[in-house]
Ligand binder design. Sequence first.
Ligand code: AOF
Ligand code: ZN
Length: 350
Amino acid sequence: MNQMMDRAFTLAARGQGLTRPNPMVGAVLAKKDQVIAEGYHPYFGADHAEVMALKNFDSIPTDHILYCTLEPCCHEKKKTPPCAPMLVQKGLKKIVIASLDPNPLVAGKGVQYLKDHGVEVVLQHCDRNEKLNRHFFYAMRKQQTYFHLKAALSLDGSMALANGESQWITHQQSREYAHKLRSQYDAIMVGAKTVRHDNPSLDVRYAEIAQNSHFRQPKILIYGQESLDLKLKIFQQNLDRLVWIGRAPSDLPKEVKIVNWDSQCGETLAKKLYQELALHSVLVEGGAELLSLLIEKGVFQRVSFFYGNCLMGPGKRLGGKSILSMQQALRFRQARWLSFGSDAVFEGEV
Ligand code: AOF
Ligand code: ZN
C-alpha cells in the first residue's frame, strides 16, 4: 500500500470506539512524498477526516494530493456538512481513496460529484477498511446489525455450573481485553437470566477509552421475559441505555425502551435491531441459552471464546444446531488464538 494511505489508516484507527456507529476515517494531504497535513474523524458528531486535514487551507495547491481512507461524503441533512463540495471549493485537483462509502446515501455519489467538478479520483482499493470498519461495512451493505458472540468457557466446555454460578472463569487480564471489545460495540446483549444471576454492570470500565470524554457507553439489550429485581446494577444507571428485547415484564421501568421480538417469528433480530435502533453492532455476552439460540439461528458474524484455566464438570453448555457429519462442522475464517496469562481466547469470523 502507498505510504500516505498507510498513514491515513493509522490516523483513522485513533477513532476506534469513539466514532461508532460512524466509520473510522483518516486523511493525509501530501506533496509528492511529503506529508503536508493530516486529519481523522475523532468521534461521533465531530468534523470528518477531510475537514480536519484541510482546516488550515483556504485553497489547496494544485500539486497536492489528498489520500483518504473512505470516499468523501456528499449527502446532506446529517450532523456535519458534506465533504465533497468542500474539497471542490478549496480547489482540490486529485484524491486517492481506499474504498467507496457503502452508506447507500453516498455509495459512489461522492466520487461522481468530485469527477463532475473536475477532480481526478483514483480508487486504490484496500482491504484494511473491511477489517477496521467491519461493523459499518456490514450494516450498510446488509441493512442489518453485525453480531459478535462472546462466551467464557472452562477447558471442558462449561459456561456455568448447573446452579448457574460462573464467576469467574477467566482472569482479570482477559477481562480487560473483553472490556476493550465492549468499547467497540454499539450495544452489549445478555439474557435476562444472566442479569438475574450475575448482576453485571455491563459497561466499559477496565479500558483506557472509558476515561475519554467523548466515549459513550454501549447500550444494554436484555433478552427474555422474566421479571428482574429493580435493585440490580443495570437499573442503577441511565435507563436510556437499556432496551428490552422480547416480551417485556409488566413491572419494567417505563424509561426502558422495548423491542418486541419473538424468536419463532420469521423476522430476524439482526434486521429488527437495525431498523428499530439503528444499531450497527452488538456484542452478545451470554448466557448459554441466548448464545445457543443465536447460534442455532445463524445470527452471528464473529465469535470470541474465552477459555479459562479450570475444569467445571458438566454444567451449562452451548447448544445450537445438531451436526450430523464432521463435514458440516462450522469452521471459522481468520481464526486466531490470543493468550492472556493462563487463559486463551479463540476468535474467528463466519
Ligand atoms: C467522510 N469522512 O471522516 C467520515 C464519513 O453524521 P455525519 O455528518 O458525521 O455523517 C456520517 C456519515 O458520513 C457516515 O454514515 C458515512 O457515510 C460518512 N462518514 N465520511 O467523508 C469521514 N466519517
Ligand atoms: Zn464527510
